[in-house]
Design a protein around this ligand. Structure first.
Ligand code: ADP
Length: 729
């Protein structure tokens, strides 16, 4: 065993604060970090977004050693390294396709012990060249990210991970730390066994993600419904999972036609096209990706605000994994699953087909069917979704109302007259001789005027046109709801038809009541979402996002690497006025304050001045209503005085507000009163000078104007002139 120092919690926190700007650790992070520090093997299972990376980043830094992180995807590795470097944390990576000079630099860095972490793909790790490199390191620890890839019981088995079993033999001194978000017992046991972990600390986090709101909605019109969800998140990142490649293309097309910045992604595309879509998503050039399950692990955008399943996934594990990509920054995000019983049928035939092609054992098919059945029950049952998911993964859920799913938010509506509707549908199935599928049954009910109808004489039936005026898609959905409830059967052959069963007859005889559901038109806002926006100035948040985009473009890194959305919201809430105050914002470490502080502080100060907002709201404070009404009183008083041309000092004295605030009020006043002359506050000469500079330099940035005027005109006056120019324009 290698002796190591015992680190105090304060020492751990000091490092976390310095690099990442977090002032506390999340559940299990400290235990996982300690396992790393003590070099005890560990298996850490945390949901996506739980904060696994910190667990291997901190020990290497505290102990000043070079640890190795095995990661499956190059894109992920690059982003992680970029993100760490932005925090001032020394990290490197080695992967195929890297330019030779970069490989050399990394090699030298490793030899000189310059890095705390080196990221490497599993197939590289065991090459003689790399082994030689790391054999020279004093005593590395290995962190295996996405460790479930080693298990073929997991949903993402990668054969190259199997080689990692050799690590323990080659480096008996080194400790191994496996990280995954996959929860099943079998996969966990497999990881421990395959990696040969010795007496590992097994740390299993809570699987519930309280920031996610889950909704399961009957699918009536996928394109329209997806669009509706996306419209709740304008300009935000979203993923739409579709069942087939063709579906992704159709979905992306439909979204684009409706003005969304969307693209599709599936495994049938050229590698180059796939990468371009992925890069465009990371670079915020597109907001929405319509994808098959192939889109996933390479995405590290933490600000995905909605994950929509346009069709049912094939297992709860998949659902958890895919919805896990929403809200990794801990902010609110929405997961909507559009469900139709038709999906079950489609999946069944896909499973059968692929099993037949692969010559799979019947047991494999039975297992797939069971997984499917779990999702079907999840979709059709009206039970708290958070509870169901937690319980599925073997964890108790203590809340009686999660306040974050369609069921607990009471968004599902029972259809009035459901029993009568069911009777109409079932009797139509009976009258047409139990020989037809959904399309024809619906045709008869709505009274379609088709050749087939006349050929069969179904236009003469008493059920013909019985539900005229009902929307076809809605009606089809009800038919499938009856199937789901076991009130109707469907044959399993190539041309499935509906058949009545005993339950159907019970309904027809009026011996059984039926419940049919339809989504309410409006969804409710969750308390979580409301609270996470409390006190945040939306305009400032948007301004900070734009600035973040600029910085990310300049540095060719994804935006979330600069600051997360959560950090920007905290900034737009606390409105720090100094570097010290900025350091108090969650997610801002020392390097970022020195590196990016001036630009972000300027953006905040400028916006706050222009909008009459105070700076330095105490960290985490939520402005009280009272405060804002007092502010409005002050603003109204100031406006009255401005109308009479009062000087800034007078308004400051009368309102008790800081001069910066009063200047901000004045800019607002000028914008609101286009005919107001600036003379009382800006001399004619200055006005002209600023206007001339604006003509040359534009108004995007004030600094160049300030410099052009040789710092003679204060920013406040420049801002006023711009406000009045905007008015006259
Ligand atoms: P995982 O790998 O488990 O999916 P990450 O390591 O990517 O999760 O972390 C998810 C997000 O949570 C990141 O934005 C990260 O910066 C943030 N985070 C991690 N630890 C903390 C913490 N102690 N306090 C606040 N935010 C944290």
């Amino acid at each position: 065993m290698i002796e190591s120092k015992t680190w105090s919690t304060d020492e751990i926190l000091a490092t976390v604060r310095r690099y990442w700007g977090f002032s506390e650790l999340r559940p299990l992070q400290e235990q996982a970090i300690r396992a790393g520090l003590e070099r005890r093997d560990s298996l850490v299972v945390m949901p996506t977004g739980g904060g696994k990376s910190l667990c291997y980043q901190v020990p290497a830094e505290l102990e000043q050693r070079t640890d190795i992180v095995v990661s499956p995807l190059i894109a992920l590795m690059k982003d992680q390294v970029d993100g760490l470097r932005e925090c001032g944390y020394p990290a490197g990576a080695l992967y195929s396709g890297m330019p030779l000079h970069a490989v050399r630099t990394t090699e030298e860095g490793i030899a000189a012990g310059r890095y705390r972490l080196v990221f490497v793909a599993p197939e590289r790790l065991l090459t003689p060249w790399f082994l030689q490199l790391i054999e020279r390191l004093p005593a590395p620890a290995f962190a295996i990210d996405e460790a479930h890839c080693i298990s073929h019981w997991g949903h993402d088995f990668r054969p190259e991970y199997r080689q990692l079993a050799e690590l323990k033999t080659r480096f008996p001194q080194a400790s191994m730390h496996a990280y995954t978000a996959t929860a099943t017992e079998r996969v966990r046991a497999d990881i421990v066994q395959q990696l040969g972990l010795k007496d590992p600390a097994v740390l299993i986090g809570t699987f519930d993600r309280p920031n996610l709101v889950y909704r399961v909605v009957p699918r009536v019109d996928a394109h329209a419904q997806v669009l509706q969800v996306l419209q709740r998140h304008p300009g935000d990142a979203s993923i739409v999972y579709c069942l087939s490649r063709k579906d992704t293309e159709g979905m992306a097309e439909a979204l684009k036609e409706n003005g969304m910045r969307a693209a599709f992604y599936h495994a049938g595309m050229e590698a180059g096209d796939r990468r371009r879509t992925q890069d465009a998503f990371a670079a915020e050039e597109i907001d929405v990706v319509a994808a098959t399950v192939a889109f996933g692990m390479g995405i590290d955008r933490s600000d995905v605000r909605s994950v929509i399943h346009a069709a049912m996934p094939k297992s709860i594990e998949h659902y958890q994994q895919e919805t896990g990509r929403a809200g990794r920054d801990g902010l609110e995000a929405e997961c909507v699953l559009l469900y139709s019983a038709a999906d079950v049928i489609r999946w069944e035939s896909l499973i059968e087909k692929s099993a037949a092609e692969a010559g799979a054992a019947p047991a494999v098919m039975t297992a797939s069917r069971q997984l499917l059945e779990h999702v079907r029950r999840f979709c059709t049952g009206l039970h708290c979704r958070h509870r169901r998911l937690s319980e599925y993964f073997g964890q108790a859920f203590s809340k009686s109302n999660c306040e974050a799913c369609d069921v607990c938010l009471n968004e599902v509506e029972n259809l009035a007259d459901a029993t009568v509707t069911a009777q109409k549908i079932l009797s139509c199935v009976a009258r047409t001789g139990e020989r037809f599928g959904a399309e024809h049954v619906v045709d008869v009910l709505v009274g379609a005027n088709t050749e087939r109808m006349r050929r069969w004489g179904h236009d003469q039936l008493s059920t013909y046109g019985l539900m005229k005026g009902t929307e076809r898609k809605g009606l089809t959905n009800m038919l499938y709801q009856l199937l789901d409830e076991g009130l109707l059967d469907r044959t399993a052959d190539d041309r499935p038809v509906f058949r009545l069963n005993d339950e159907s007859w019970a309904v027809l005889r009026g011996q059984r009541q039926v419940k049919l559901v339809q989504p309410k038109a409006k969804v409710r806002k969750t308390r979580f979402a409301e609270e996470s926006w409390e006190g945040v100035d939306r305009g400032l948040f948007d301004g900070l996002r734009t600035l973040r985009r600029e910085v990310a473009d300049e540095r060719a890194v994804p935006a979330y690497v600069v600051f997360s959305d959560a950090t920007l919201r905290d900034m737009a809430r606390a409105r720090p006025g100094s570097a010290t105050a900025l350091l108090n914002v969650r997610g801002v470490g020392e390097r970022k304050v020195s590196d990016l502080g001036p630009r972000f502080l300027e953006c905040i100060a400028e916006y706050s001045r222009a909008n009459g907002l105070e700076l330095d709201m105490s960290a985490g404070s939520r402005p009280k209503r009272q405060r804002s009404s007092r502010k409005n009183d002050a603003k109204a008083a100031a406006f009255q005085m401005f109308a009479k041309g009062a000087a800034i000092e007078k308004v400051t004295a009368a309102t008790g507000k800081a001069p910066s605030t009063v200047w901000g009020y004045l800019a607002l006043f000028i914008e609101a009163h286009p005919s107001q002359r600036l003379d009382p506050w800006v001399s004619q000469e200055t006005h002209q000078a600023v206007a001339g500079a604006v003509q040359d330099l534009g108004v995007a940035y004030l600094k160049p104007i300030f410099d052009r005027l040789e710092a003679r005109v204060p920013y406040e006056q420049i801002r006023l002139v711009i406000a009045s120019l905007k008015n006259s324009a």
